[in-house]
Ligand binder design. Structure first.
Ligand code: 4UW
Length: 537
């Protein structure tokens, strides 16, 4: 048996209590937790706590907020997001974050599927937000702005706060941590369209404690500060950048979106010591000349996840900046972190050992556990494993075993030291720079294009960018000229209808037919084989 971290004790409490009623909180209430680098506006721990209660009370009193009501957040990273999130939880609600790059079509799907009652957004996103809210049947007065801006005719979230003079005796909603949902995040899972991943309070609290048991050995609230650049709407940012700062007591400087110059400037100005990123940021740090312009010596450590990272880039960053890059692995369905390197040079290139309290195994296609060191599909079970897909029993059943294992759809193995290596993926999912692209969704969009008779979307590797990109294998309609112009029009068709990360960066290839099984399922493996080593133009 390979290495296993010792079990830890995890309280069965809701997220708000885990963060704000924690008996052994090691840092002072005056600690700054989130700060806007442009305005300096910030939340201390005590102000955060106060604001969550004030907002939760406001939701209940002014909107008659009920348990399990869903609030959708459609926003770029903003220091108000954590207070809003935990205010909703305080009042017993569920938060469903949406990608701020969504088009109207995508946001409508998200709002309808999650059953959102309100949409909190930002001024620059209003054109999409208003249209989508209307189509999804959300009342205009329930579209609310967050951040520093206010817009005439629309509600502003701070108007919902109730002042201390109005404080009554009513308290936080009673929450069953194991059963009640905290978040509905969206993931396509192993197949099909994005689905609502139901995460309970206990799921998220478990992951917080499990990661804390690993990270707290080298992170200290007094010495460390965090740069928050991953998007809050994705489970990786949501857990590592919304929850961890308040749980660890880490000051985090919050960026709205990635810009390399600004990223480096903030590290230099704020003496940032730690950041969580996806591999493309590591690529910049390894290769971009921009990095030379800044003093990044404070940056002690980086954790990279959401997509594979090569050893070569890890070495390059270490050589260039002296910064240690370690890897971690996770999924939306596991709240998310399940594996984490303890130190960058222990199991270098792997994702490290599993976190405590998790049971992991690697399975053959026949459903038999493979021996240590052999490749198989990674199955995971533990307190952070999700409750199922929202309103989708079929998908839940096919991804979970009756005894509670989640089938990740990733292929890998564990070495004798317990380190996990990902080698392949059996699920459909494409990861563009760590962001999810569901082939089935793009195929649905392409089915509406007049040039397309049949289509399958697969991921191909962009060697230069170190990422997968979606590519469409298209059977054109009869009479369509198989030329560059037709390809351009197909790429354009998708471009106009999806968020930026889903664009057909891998282009279009003509095929005679889309290979399918007897039951009509697309045989993606056949196409992946056919286009192995495909050179992007
Ligand atoms: N190597 C190779 C990896 C890796 C990976 C993920 O969008 P989702 O559902 O979720 C994520 C979550 C990533 C994450 C969360 C917390 C954390 O600490 C961390 O490391 C710092 C990473 O991406 O996509 C899940 C899918 O993404 C792939 C894999 O295919 C998985 O099923 N993936 N991490 N290190 N592939």
């Amino acid at each position: 048996m390979a290495y296993r971290a010792p079990e830890i004790e995890i309280p069965k409490v809701d997220i708000w209590s885990a963060i704000f009623d924690r008996a052994s909180k090691p840092f002072p209430d005056s600690q700054i937790i989130y700060q806007n680098p442009d305005t300096g506006r910030h939340y201390t721990f005590s102000y955060l706590r106060e604001t969550t209660i004030s907002f939760g009370r406001g939701l209940r009193r002014k909107w008659a907020w009920k348990k399990n009501d869903v609030l959708a957040l459609f926003a770029q990273n903003c220091i108000d997001t954590p207070a809003i999130t935990w205010g909703v939880h305080w009042a017993g609600g569920i938060v469903s974050p949406a990608n701020p790059a969504y088009t109207v079509r995508e946001l409508v799907h998200h709002l309808k599927d999650s059953g959102a009652r309100a949409l909190f957004t930002q001024k620059n996103l209003l054109p999409v937000a208003m249209k989508a809210a209307e189509e999804a049947g959300i009342k205009k007065e329930c579209v609310i702005l967050i951040g520093d801006e206010e817009e005439r005719g629309l509600g502003y979230w701070r108007e919902l706060l109730v002042g201390s003079e109005e404080e009554g005796k009513e308290g936080k909603e009673v929450i069953n941590a194991e059963k009640d949902l905290a978040f509905l995040v969206y993931s396509s899972g192993t197949t099909g369209l994005p689905k609502g991943v139901m995460l309970s309070h206990y799921n998220v609290v478990s992951d917080m404690y499990m990661v804390h048991s690993s990270e707290s050995t080298f992170l200290h609230w007094k010495d460390d500060s965090l740069l928050s650049v991953l998007p809050y709407y994705h489970i990786y940012g949501l857990q590592c950048l919304v929850h961890f700062p308040a749980f660890f007591g880490l000051k985090s400087i919050v960026m709205t979106s990635f810009d390399l110059n600004k990223f480096c400037q903030i590290i230099q100005d704020h003496k940032i010591t730690y950041t969580y990123v996806a591999p493309p940021v590591v690529l910049h740090l390894a290769k971009s000349p921009v990095v030379e312009k800044y003093d990044l010596r404070s940056l002690r450590m980086i954790t990279s996840g959401a997509a594979p990272l090569s050893k070569e880039l890890i070495f390059k960053v270490h050589e260039r900046l002296g910064t240690e890059v370690k890897q971690a692995y996770g999924l939306s369905e596991t709240s998310p972190v399940t594996h984490m390197q303890k130190k960058w040079n222990l199991g270098l290139g792997s994702n490290g050992p599993p976190l405590p309290n998790l049971v992991v195994k690697f399975m053959s296609p026949e459903g038999v556990e493979v021996p240590l060191g052999k490749e198989g599909e990674l199955w995971i079970k533990g307190p952070s494993t999700f409750l199922g897909y929202h309103n989708n029993e079929a998908a839940t059943k096919s991804s979970m075993t009756p005894d509670g294992f989640f089938k990740t759809g990733d292929i890998g193995y564990e070495d004798k030291d317990g380190n996990m290596w990902i080698t392949d993926r059996v699920k459909e999912l494409i990861k563009y720079k760590g962001f999810q692209v569901a082939p089935a969704e793009l195929e649905g969009v392409l089915a509406g294009c007049e040039l397309v008779d049949d289509v399958a979307v697969i991921g191909v590797q962009d060697e230069e960018m170190h990422t997968e990109v979606p590519m469409a294998c298209v059977v054109p309609k009869q009479g369509v000229e198989r030329d560059q112009e037709a390809k351009r029009r197909i790429v354009e068709w998708v471009h106009e209808r999806v968020a930026g990360h889903k664009r057909l960066r891998g282009g279009v290839e003509w095929v005679e037919e889309v290979p399918k099984s007897a039951s009509g399922k697309i045989l993606r493996r056949v196409l992946k084989e056919k286009f192995k080593g495909y050179k992007l133009v």
